[in-house]
Design a protein around this ligand. Structure first.
Ligand code: FAD
Ligand code: NAI
Length: 509
């Protein structure tokens, strides 16, 4: 009985302590403490972007060491791996967005944030020109921001390869707005297809959902869209059942080229079962309002040009350079051969510059343009900048001590200062030991629809390939744990539960 009483007391105390801890955590998140203002006497570190690279840098950066300024047209961080789920309403977009203001408000020292686009970096003048291109503009909507150190983390834009009609008629999948446009277009196509008197060919066209690009973006979106149709659309709009069809068009011989052969085959087989058509070796050459023109290789090896009508066209053919990055490349002679982004050295310094670093999709460091790479690069820069600040601090202290040693009145004082100098020099050597950036690949994951996922995981210096429903649960738990904040995790969990219980929302806004 005594034992039971003690166990009860312990459980009660632990439970209470746990609750108090969670309560304090929530209180702290809601009520950040005062921050010291940015110190203008310190070096000005300008960070362009609020994506994976920039935010991962900001997360680990000790903002007391620099006068930090962030410039980005997007005042939130976006958890892109779950963006395809937003196109069909499995997850609501706000659940994967984290306001940059909330995040910056919790840093040790305040950080200035300007919601603006950097329009030009003048490397010689050490100035970034910025422009407020939001709908609401004040008297001042463009200005310049000088920098001592600059981190370029502006990501990439959508590649169109100059194919006519893509920008006018295709929908991309990179930002929240893109996901909303796709969601509306899907519903619009379904509603218009059921309009009174619509002809059979037109119904077929409207319900033909074409995805161009068989990389992970295209594959994940096609899987989500087919899920939406199977689980919800055909229940609420049975009229579309016969004609709704998803086609994935890919120029190469297979989809998901970065995954292992067995997972490519597994994905293609799963798509076949889900009745998604995969058109490999098919290159889109032209896009019009109602059809795409694609060149494929026929069984006789001859090239065939055909017109494929569509209602929805999602264009997911990878990344291209942003004009800002192109312009910077043109200013630096050492970058003359850079085609895919800013060439950086092993410390992520933009080659040919002294005080400019680049992270993520706009940098070329021989890694794939993924969130994983961008996040590790950002974290590396934060460690390096923190170390650099410590180094300067110790060097200043050493300089002061040398002066003090010269002025010391007697030998005991000089000896005392000498031992302090020795100690500081030892610390300086330790602090200066920062190795180059090394990327550690954790693996690749992709959702392929019907509650299946594929994963190529790096494990014990080997590779482990797996696909199926268990991998899908792994995919979900991995991305849930990687969400930016506890708030995001809770919202995503609620969205998953909501769409499982009530189905996805089929309204158009
Ligand atoms: P981004 O995250 O794109 O951020 C760029 C930032 O720069 C944004 O804040 C933008 O507003 C800002 N910016 C743009 N122009 C300017 C300017 N002129 N001035 C100032 N700021 C500017 N990778 C994975 O590893 N795993 C995944 O599962 C995965 N899923 C993905 C799903 C989708 C749908 C997409 C599109 C990508 C996915 N990726 C994934 C890739 C990953 O999102 C990118 O590699 C990653 O976002 C790159 O990070 P970044 O910081 O370079 O750029
Ligand atoms: P991608 O570059 O990986 O794939 C684009 C595909 O489009 C290529 O296979 C290419 O052959 C094809 N293509 C190009 N032009 C074409 C045309 N005219 N006609 C037909 N096909 C054409 O691009 P994606 O999927 O947008 O990914 C971009 C980056 O983001 C990649 O590095 C990817 O690894 C990463 N990413 C990772 C995800 C994950 O890990 N789950 C999810 C989404 C993106």
């Amino acid at each position: 009985f005594r034992f039971l009483r003690w166990t009860w007391r312990l459980t009660y105390t632990l439970g209470f302590a746990g609750l108090a801890y969670v309560g304090y955590g929530i209180y702290e998140v809601r009520n950040p403490s005062d921050q010291p203002e940015p110190d203008a006497s310190k070096k000005t570190l300008v960070i362009l972007g609020t994506g994976w690279g920039a935010v991962s840098l900001l997360k680990k950066l000790d903002t007391e060491n620099y006068n930090v300024i962030v410039v980005s047209p997007r005042n939130y961080f976006l958890f892109t791996p779950l963006l395809p789920s937003c196109t069909v309403g499995t997850i609501e977009h706000r659940s994967i967005m984290e306001p940059i203001r909330n995040f910056l408000r919790h840093k040790k020292a305040a950080v200035k944030y300007y919601e603006a686009e950097a329009t030009k970096i003048d490397y010689e003048k050490r100035v970034v020109y910025i422009n407020d291109d939001s709908p609401v503009k004040g008297d001042v909507c463009s200005t310049e921001v000088p920098f001592d150190m600059l981190v370029v983390g502006v990501g990439a834009e959508n590649a169109t390869f100059g194919i006519p009609g893509v920008t006018e008629h295709g929908l991309f999948l990179k930002e929240v707005g893109d996901a909303q446009r796709i969601r509306n277009r899907i519903m619009d196509c379904c509603e218009t297809a059921t309009f009174k008197g619509q002809g059979t060919d037109e119904v077929k066209r409207l319900l033909h959902m074409v995805v161009v690009g068989g990389g992970p973006t295209g594959v994940e979106f096609a899987g989500e869209l087919q899920d939406f149709f199977n689980n919800d659309l055909k229940k609420w709009i049975p009229d579309i059942t016969e004609n709704f069809h998803v086609t994935l068009v890919e120029a190469l011989p297979n989809v998901l080229p970065m995954f292992s052969k067995q997972l490519i085959e597994y994905t293609e087989k799963t798509f076949e079962e889900e009745t998604i058509t995969i058109r490999t070796k098919t290159m889109v050459k032209k896009v019009t309002e109602k059809y795409i023109e694609a060149e494929s290789v026929g069984p006789d090896g001859k090239k065939v040009l055909e017109q494929i009508p569509y209602g929805l066209l999602v264009w997911a053919t990878g990344n291209a350079l942003r004009p800002l990055v192109k312009d910077l490349i043109n200013q630096i002679p050492a970058q003359k051969d850079s085609r895919r982004g800013l060439a950086v050295n092993e410390y992520l310094v933009v080659k040919g510059t002294e005080n400019v670093w680049a992270v993520g999709d706009c940098a070329v460091a021989n890694y794939a343009p993924t969130a994983q790479v961008a996040a590790q690069e950002g974290a590396f820069l934060a460690r390096m900048f923190n170390q650099m600040a410590k180094t300067h601090e110790i060097e200043d202290e050493l300089a002061d001590l040398s002066v003090a040693q010269e002025k010391a009145p007697g030998k005991p004082e000089r000896d005392d200062i000498f031992s302090q100098i020795k100690e500081l020099q030892k610390r300086l050597r330790r602090v200066k030991q920062i190795g180059p950036f090394e990327y550690s690949h954790q693996g690749s994951l992709a959702y392929i629809g019907s509650e299946k996922a594929v994963a190529d995981i790096s494990w014990l210096s080997g590779n482990f390939a797996t696909g199926g429903t268990l991998t899908y649960f792994f995919w979900r738990s991995a991305y849930l744990s990687m969400c930016f904040s506890t708030r995001n995790r809770i919202l995503v969990l609620l969205d998953w539960t909501k769409s499982k219980i009530f189905g996805r929302d089929v309204s158009r806004v």
